[in-house]
Design a protein around this ligand. Structure first.
Ligand code: ADP
Length: 447
């Protein structure tokens, strides 16, 4: 087992990983930018190293700085968290070349899934169903036109290197195709330095369903059921639940079987999530994330498993030590992503946190790095807290979430707590009756 792990991240996820390390008796090294000197992840780590100025590209994304911090502190592994370097195959390779373990999949698997076109062709070969679309990259408008005629409008142009909902454009009819194609390519080129795009049928009422998996380096692969992440704004998730109100146990088992078999075949290792769109009783694969996800706590709550413990054990070469039959999912969990934003206009709201009082009680979990007197810096992602509730039933999890949101006090900055309260009150949400387009309408109508 590792003796010291460097956590190449900040905020709640850096704390989340530190907690797992401490429970496993592993020392921790925090890295931070000059904007994060007073951050909780720095205060609670055993050691810390300043790796650069505030902008992410000069600190948390700067590979030589992170790697040097690991070398000078003698860390024997690096956990990348999510975002930043977590899906950077070059970084994983660089870390391993210095005899430090990257807690995640191999660089080859990160690369395979990081290119969404390769990810889709790989999954198709392994028998995983896809959204109808182009066979690969679309190089010309004429090619795009031909595919759109075949699969019928509306269609979606997506970036092969996509992430965070960028480089995605809808064309509702032939007249809109040229602009969508051009804009998606330009946005992809600017955001990812790669303007390759492909096409999918644009589904009008799907749910976003994803499956959490873990794989060891001895051929063991298991899944922890699905998460429903349909509540999104601008293709960004806001609230997630496990399980999905729309999926039966039989559907979960069948999808789980297809996915675990596919990942076993390619020899995948560590944690991963396969994302699907679900419409008309059909699952269609859209992408795989080769890392821990923001919403992993809801799967932990219904399975009783600590996914970060498991990631660390797997990276150290240990076998899972259990099979699918040993994983028992029970109850229901919900996560609200609380961001430092205006709950109506979504304008960023960094600044000084005056009061901080997190909720508590049975079935309530708060993953956050906030404290009273902390100044939320303007340079990073606006997520400041994840509020997770668990209940024996979905209704119980909802009732707990409503009372926990009411208890939660964060003053000095604006947060999205009031928006979550309105969602949780809504009869359609409470009935589990929503698709990926629901939240945009809800927000547009003033909640
Ligand atoms: P990213 O990596 O940028 O997050 P994804 O492929 O995961 O991109 O898609 C993000 C979100 O965009 C999905 O959760 C879904 O809401 C929407 N989306 C993606 N593909 C389609 C599609 N074919 N039809 C309708 N919506 C889609």
């Amino acid at each position: 087992m590792f003796k010291k792990i460097l956590i190449a991240n900040r905020g709640e996820i850096a704390l989340r990983v530190q907690r797992a390390c401490r429970e496993l008796g592993i020392a921790t090294v925090a890295v931070h930018s000059t904007a994060d000197t007073d951050a909780m992840h720095v205060r609670l780590a055993d050691e810390s190293v300043c790796i650069g100025p505030p902008p992410g590209r000069d600190s948390y994304l700067k590979m030589p700085a992170v790697l040097s911090a690991a070398l000078i502190t003698g860390a024997d592994a690096i956990h990348p968290g999510y975002g930043f370097l977590s899906e950077n195959a070059d970084f994983a390779e660089m870390v391993e070349a210095h005899n430090i373990t990257f807690i995640g999949p191999s660089a080859a698997h990160i690369r395979m899934m990081g290119d969404k076109i390769t990810a889709k062709t790989t999954m198709l070969k392994l028998g995983v169903p896809l959204v109808p679309g182009s066979d690969g990259e679309l190089e010309t408008l004429e090619e795009a036109r031909a595919v759109a005629e075949k699969i019928k409008y509306p269609v979606l142009i997506k970036a092969a290197a996509g992430g965070g909902g960028r480089g995605m454009k809808v064309a509702r009819n032939a007249g809109e195709l040229e602009a969508a194609f051009r804009e998606a390519r330009a946005e992809a080129g600017a955001a990812f330095g790669n303007n390759a795009v492909y096409m999918e049928k644009y589904l009008d009422r799907p749910r976003h369903i994803e499956l959490q998996i873990l794989a060891d380096s001895h051929g063991g692969v298991v899944h922890f059921g699905e998460r429903d992440c349909s509540l999104q704004r601008r293709h960004q998730k806001l609230l997630e639940e496990a399980g999905s109100p729309a999926i039966t146990a039989a559907q979960r088992d069948a999808l789980g079987e297809t996915v675990t078999k596919a990942l076993k075949e390619i020899g995948y290792r560590n944690a991963g999530t396969l994302e699907f769109l679900y419409q008309d009783e059909q699952f269609s694969f859209i992408e795989m994330n080769t890392r821990l996800q923001v919403e992993h706590p809801v799967s932990e709550m219904i399975s009783g498993m600590d996914l970060v413990h498991e990631q660390i054990r797997i990276a150290a070469g240990e076998p899972l030590g259990y099979t699918q039959d040993d994983i028992h999912l029970s109850g229901h969990a919900i996560e609200c992503r609380i961001t430092a934003e205006d709950p109506e206009t979504f304008a960023p709201s960094p600044g000084l946190v005056e009061t901080y009082h997190p909720p508590g009680g049975l079935g309530v979990r708060v993953d956050s790095a906030l404290y009273a007197g902390y100044r939320v810096p303007p340079h990073y992602d606006s997520l400041v807290a994840k509020l997770i509730t668990y209940g024996k039933t979905r209704d119980e999890a909802i009732a707990r979430m409503r009372r926990a949101l009411r208890e939660f006090v964060i003053s000095g900055i604006k947060t999205t707590i009031p928006l979550h309260e309105r969602i949780l009150e809504n009869p359609e949400f409470r009935a589990g009756d929503y698709t990926i387009h629901w939240l945009e309408k809800f927000v547009a109508l003033g909640g």
